[in-house]
Design a protein around this ligand. Structure first.
Ligand code: PMV
Length: 359
């Protein structure tokens, strides 16, 4: 695998002090990534919608230091010093220092905030890691001015992946594929790429309303979760199925077959949870209200000839997905029939977005 392309050869400019702020989004997988090998190589290819409103804003201040033998950083989250988040970020820097040796030259102060409520059960690792990666690439661009935008996005995704696999899909939008796949030209296990084919207009501005069914801490961390796929009796079949589903979804996204889209996306969500139900140790990550919501969505869809469907992350919250043309009706349906199943009636209205933004 060609990782050498991400090691800078020489730094052309000198930078004493710099500050960058990036806003990067969360994403929701349609074909799920669940299972990996070292170092953060996915067992199957995945694809996600990039979100718009769920994002992280991160500022990094870099100031040149004299001692260059270890990474030095401070971390603030929503204005408060967050030493308990430090080990994860320190581990991330350890993994990427080979590709960004210049981080050793600076004291870094990282300030981060999320647009979505803390402990909402929405994973912040994708938006969080991709925001740090973009700030590092802004510095790299100042040190090596001839870097292209294409290289910057690719390397940012490559770095973000080393922090959290799904973060590799949070640099661009509206649809990103991560993982090598014969039907997706340019796809790679090392970084995410924008879905390379023309997308049918029905998927433009697609909506995702996230119902906060359970705002608690994740019951299964991603690390534990992915490890459950080692020695899992159905693992190999699942990886094969996911790759087949990506082939099918690639066609669906181009031809606009919304019925097939609904079927495939819901099946992917339930399969992700089936993997957790059938691993050992086993987990039930859905809550009773998750099932209530799913049944209501099925009932509404049947009665109204609607294309609304759901997907799930590794948790109890439900992502309600629907075309922009159904927005008014589905928002009403959610208000009238679904918010009672959300903790404190909370939900987040989002739609498909286009990726990282420099602020
Ligand atoms: O990026 P990780 O290691 O937190 O894994 C995320 C896995 C899922 O969110 C469950 C699925 C996916 O493809 O995003």
């Amino acid at each position: 695998m060609n990782t050498v392309q991400f090691i800078p050869k020489s730094l052309e400019e000198k930078v004493e002090k710099a500050t960058y702020t990036w806003q990067t989004p969360s994403n929701i997988a349609l074909v799920k990534y669940w299972g990996k090998s070292n170092p953060q190589i996915p067992k199957n290819a995945s694809i996600s919608f990039t979100l718009n409103n769920c994002n992280t804003i991160t500022t990094i201040d870099f100031e040149k230091k004299s001692n260059t033998n270890k990474v030095s950083f401070e971390l603030f989250f929503e204005g408060k010093k967050k030493d308990d988040f430090k080990p994860k970020i320190a581990e991330f820097f350890k993994r990427i220092v080979k590709y960004c040796p210049y981080i050793l030259d600076y004291d870094m102060v990282i300030n981060s905030e999320n647009s979505f409520p803390h402990s909402s059960g929405i994973a912040s690792s994708a938006s969080g890691m991709s925001a740090i990666a973009m700030c590092l690439l802004s510095l790299e661009k100042e040190l090596i001015p001839n870097l292209t935008e294409e290289y910057i996005n690719k390397k940012a995704s490559f770095l973000a992946r080393l922090g959290s696999g799904s973060a590799s899909r949070s640099i661009e939008g509206p649809l990103v594929v991560w993982g090598e796949h014969p039907d997706i030209i340019g796809s790679s296990n090392l970084f995410g790429i924008k879905f390379p084919y023309k997308i049918h207009s029905i998927f433009e501005n697609y909506c995702d309303t996230i119902l906060l069914v359970d705002k608690g801490e994740k019951q299964v961390s991603s690390t534990v979760g992915h490890n459950l796929m080692h020695n899992h009796p159905y693992a190999e079949q699942r990886f094969k199925q996911a790759n087949e589903n990506l082939s099918k979804l690639s066609n669906i996204l181009q031809n606009g077959d919304i019925k097939e889209f609904v079927n495939l996306v819901e099946s992917e969500a339930l399969t992700l949870h089936a993997m957790m139900l059938t691993s050992n140790p086993y987990f039930i990550l859905m809550k009773p209200n998750t099932l209530e919501v799913i049944n209501k969505i099925w009932e509404y869809r049947a009665q109204n000839n609607s294309s609304v469907c759901f997907t799930l992350d590794a948790g109890a919250n439900v992502h309600v997905l629907y075309p922009a043309s159904e927005k008014t009706k589905i928002e009403l349906f959610i208000k009238n029939s679904l918010i009672d199943y959300c903790q404190k009636n909370q939900y987040i209205c989002d739609n498909v977005g286009f990726g990282a933004k420099l602020l």
